[in-house]
Design a protein around this ligand. Structure first.
Ligand code: COA
Length: 272
């Protein structure tokens, strides 16, 4: 479902999912823990999928080390550094769309840019801090040509019991309509099915959200009824979509790579 709110509150439908602890235990640490954030490795700046500013390094909180790479983009654990790089996009209102795509509550609808950024970050931090085996939200930053350009989240509710995951995404407005939204979702599905061994993935979007609904349809999701949600206070119908593992398998891509999946699964309490 593309519609889960990213920061309006701590409730399950609206929870957006710090690397707040554990740096002391990193091997070879010679500087205060915070200085490790933003350490660079010798990756080639500007190369596809490699951020010029924040090359990957090991964080103590495993979901932050997760990476899924396709030939066109990379999804990477939403570290505070990457989120900071996304702030100008959120501040400029480029995560939003017309007609409004998100259900309430939604920090990205906040009209004041500073407050919008504040609520958006707080929503993500709240979500990180409330991860349990029963409910987790994985926030991934979308890197296009190494530049943070959007978010792709995956949400699991009683995942060990049902094996179902929900996706949510947004892409900076100037990059839409080039097939990147579809590529993001394909990367997310690869992580769900290949990485997390999900049985089913789902998505939801308001009926007039052409882009999101089209992505679901194009990737072979089946319609799964409609539901109601409020959008800026008004009731609206949403289309629900689902894709099973069996339906996804024939379309499985062999050009998507992942790192950090096992440690992330452990953090989410998934059975091996
Ligand atoms: C949803 C979103 C991530 C899709 O990303 P995108 O890069 O625009 O999508 P793509 O370019 O991959 O397009 C996928 C398909 O949708 C179609 N499409 C996308 N936007 C469209 C639009 N506004 N009108 C008509 N068709 C559109 C494309 O033509 C393509 O169809 P095809 O597969 O038949 O060629 C992006 O539009 C977005 O961030 N929207 C705002 C936030 C949002 O709606 N999030 C989802 C909340 S539920």
């Amino acid at each position: 479902m593309e519609h889960l709110s990213t920061g309006g509150g701590a409730g399950r439908r609206s929870t957006c999912p710090s690397n707040a602890h554990g740096l002391d235990s990193l091997p070879g640490r010679s500087l205060p823990g915070w200085s490790l954030v933003g350490c660079r490795r010798g990756d080639k700046p500007g190369a596809a999928g490699v951020s010029a500013e924040y090359a990957p390094h090991m964080y103590s909180y495993p979901p932050l080390n997760l990476s899924v790479s396709t030939p066109r983009l990379e999804l990477r654990g939403a570290t505070d550094d990457l989120l900071e790089e996304l702030v100008p996009v959120v501040r400029a209102g480029l995560a939003d769309a017309e007609p409004p795509p998100f259900d309430d509550p939604m920090s990205l609808y906040e009209p004041d840019p500073d407050l919008r950024v504040q609520k958006w970050l707080q929503g993500i931090w709240r979500g990180r801090g409330s991860v349990t085996p029963d409910f987790w939200r994985l926030n991934l930053v979308v890197l296009i040509d190494g530049r943070p350009s959007g978010m792709q989240d995956i949400i699991g509710t009683s995942f060990d019991t049902y094996g179902t995951a929900v996706t949510f995404s947004w892409l900076s407005a100037e990059l839409r309509g080039r097939g990147l939204g579809r590529e993001m979702r394909e990367a997310a599905l690869h992580l769900c099915f290949e990485g997390f061994e999900a049985a089913e993935a789902s998505s939801e979007a308001f009926l007039d959200n052409v882009g999101s609904n089209r992505v679901s349809q194009a990737l072979g999701y089946e319609r799964n009824g409609t539901t109601w949600a409020t959008r800026r206070g008004q009731p609206e119908q949403m289309q629900r979509w689902r894709i099973t593992r069996e339906k996804w398998l024939p379309a499985r891509r062999d050009d998507i790579t992942m790192t950090g999946v096992d440690a992330c699964r452990e953090t989410f309490g998934q059975s091996p």
